[in-house]
Design a protein around this ligand. Sequence first.
Ligand code: AHR
Length: 629
Amino acid sequence: LDIDINKKGATIAPDMWGLFFEDINFAADGGLYAEMIKNYSFEFPSPFMGWRRIQEDGAMGYHYTKPHLDDSKNKKYLQIQRLNDQGNFGMSNEGFRGMAVKENENYRLTFIAKVAKGENLSINAQITKGKKILAETTIDQLTDEWKSYEVMLKATETADGVNFKVLLDGEGELDIDMISLFPEDTWMGRKRGLRKDLVQLLADMKPGFLRFPGGCIVEGFDLENRYQWKNTIGDMKDRGTMINRWNIEFAHRNAPDYFQSFGLGFFEYFQLAADLGAEPLPILSCGLACQYNSGEMVPLAALDEYVQDALDLIEFANGSTDTYWGAKRAEMGHPESFELKYIGVGNENWGPQYIERAEIFEKAIKAAYPEIIIVSTSGPSPDGHEFDYLWKELKARNAELIDEHYYKSPEWFRENARRYDDYDRSGPKVFAGEYAAHSTTENDALKRNNWEGALSEAAFMTGLERNADIVRLASYAPLLAHVDGWQWAPDMIWFDNLGSYATPNYYVQKLFSTNPGTQIIQITENGNTLAGEEGIYASSTYDENTKELIFKIVNTNTESRAFTVRLNGNYKGKGNGKWLELQSDDLTEAHSLKEPKRIVPEENDISIQKKKIQVSLKGQSVNVFRLKI
Ligand code: AHR
């Protein structure tokens, strides 16, 4: 193989390898967003969903929900009426597909309450496993005015399948609402924060961008169900609750209890992107609901509200604190700009209906914010006529970035490493915004990210990197999935309520995102790029920050292959290089909570002699080399 280190080619976008986040598979509520109480404010259409009434050992009374009389989006509260002083009386919450605690960790309980009737009432808050109490505290000094309370509960042991209980002691009536329980130990220790283990996995990838909030949830089943960012900022009582578009019922993926509390809202997404050092990339509804569902579309004459949401979002992210939306951002704790550069208009929408709406957005956004880069959609599949139609129409309108999605078989990924070799360099750039190799098996266990998928994605990604002059951004999708509550697989990271694991696909993504480079350099065999000939794929870059050559070779053959890599040109490096290898002989190999690290990169030194590297690459391996030049 030959690499001419003098021939540095096109610049690679510094934010090329990023993350696609969607609240699917309980990725937000019940996942990244560390709230442990399901239906914390009794706003689900069935107001006691997630809750169970407790009335034990002769206790008597009633449980109701009642309307708040103010005009906040928090419309209902719980009233517990206790008629005698015997036994246990109150409510128990089941969490999101269960609830878990860790030994010696603190859990912050917050709620608002007021005594509606009675004297000397108190609350006994418990975390229980069966009959065993793992944490307990008493809250007295309750008053007859709505007031906020905050207490800590410390767990005496690690357990999954626990319940949270709120018990009323004393005869009388207690109004209570927004009952929320979070681990104290969240990402960056923030109150109402994010799960530390999950964010750490994301941070370790050093992602270039964070796309949010989806996916199909941007569009909604219908327009009312679309994601509206203004309902997701500010005080929790002003955020409301909405049915999640992935609230679907079929087979074991049943999720009729899937709602969005918006505790992870647009402020938190921007904050997360900033924490990760990633560019925020919000996607907004373009006025077309999911065309696979209702296909509802807002008339052009009524599109203003949608366009205004986009303009206001840019002001929310970047506007000075003197602006209306910039001031809201500052109130939430971030007076500095979030430095938004991109905005997406629509997700997987198609047809002339998309083009005419996208044009209106483009005109308004560019008039107010010419520097913002607009991401347009190319529909759901790269095969259909809609894709060709959208590309043609968007190109004619000088679109800047077009979002392509492909969920295809592992073979497709291996066979399409040349996908971008012939793309028109004078047209729009590509955002490979959602992709993943899907094995065709019906076996759910195998759908959970096996090595064949990950290896095939790596092969394909060398093609993205070779074509980084046109492929500006790329992200695997979806990102997160709860092992007991998923609607879509494969996914990059899986979790339950206690722990999480990264898949082989995660390690492939991480190898690319943490070894990117700043310019493309050709790596060839007999003058030809390697994109699957004899099962070998390769790409190479130069990193001007570290003055390193980085090259990646994927061997999809079952047997090993030996190569001599010649460093042509002005090579002055000294010493060894670094070799990261990800490999498995078993294409069906996958990770699990019990075995999370079967396929992880191994690091070795590699020697360079007389401007040559001799390597033998194992069968079914992804290899990354770094050396000073
Ligand atoms: O990633 C899962 C879904 O796939 C996304 O919501 C949608 O954009 C695509 O169809």
